[in-house]
Design a protein around this ligand. Sequence first.
Ligand code: ADP
Length: 177
Amino acid sequence: MNRYIYGDVSLELFKGDITQQEEMEAIVNAANAYLRAGGGVAGAIHRAAGPELEKESMRLGPIKPGEAVITGAHQLPNTYVIHCLGPVYDRDIPHDKLLADCYQNALDICEEKGIKSIAFPAISTGAFGYPPEEAAEVALRTIMKKMPSLKNVQLIRMVLFGEKDLEIHKETLKKLM
Ligand code: ADP
């Protein structure tokens, strides 16, 4: 299963690169507390956006696990980047609540700004060590729970970097539906 629809809102699972989501209004960065470039998703996003993104984002830091802030997208093909700080699995407790907060806060920002489409990477599942199966369940459950209340957002895309992560999310979505 790679799609779930509730009313006018679609959730889709996609294999790809978060920096190449041309048709999405906002993309989410798996940020670090200081909103600096760095590695993984943050490295890829900052490389593609150019140095002006870091100049803008750094002024908004530091942020705490679960928090989200919004900037422009600079040279990316999107309008906005929403920077979420996921929990470090072994350190930031309760990790499931903090991870859910990321997805919720990012979607709340979209609702406030009238953003219609948003692409998320699998927050915390890289350097922050969140087991991908557990993270997929938190992410999809949180998004699905929020879908009925969304008034502006119409498309939510989870962008998974590898085939294995896509499969994990497909299985999880099937289970949750
Ligand atoms: P965190 O620090 O929150 O764990 P990472 O950036 O280290 O974030 O990784 C989060 C997830 O994003 C990992 O599953 C990683 O494989 C994946 N990832 C890395 N680069 C990209 C990319 N360019 N597009 C989409 N996903 C990516």
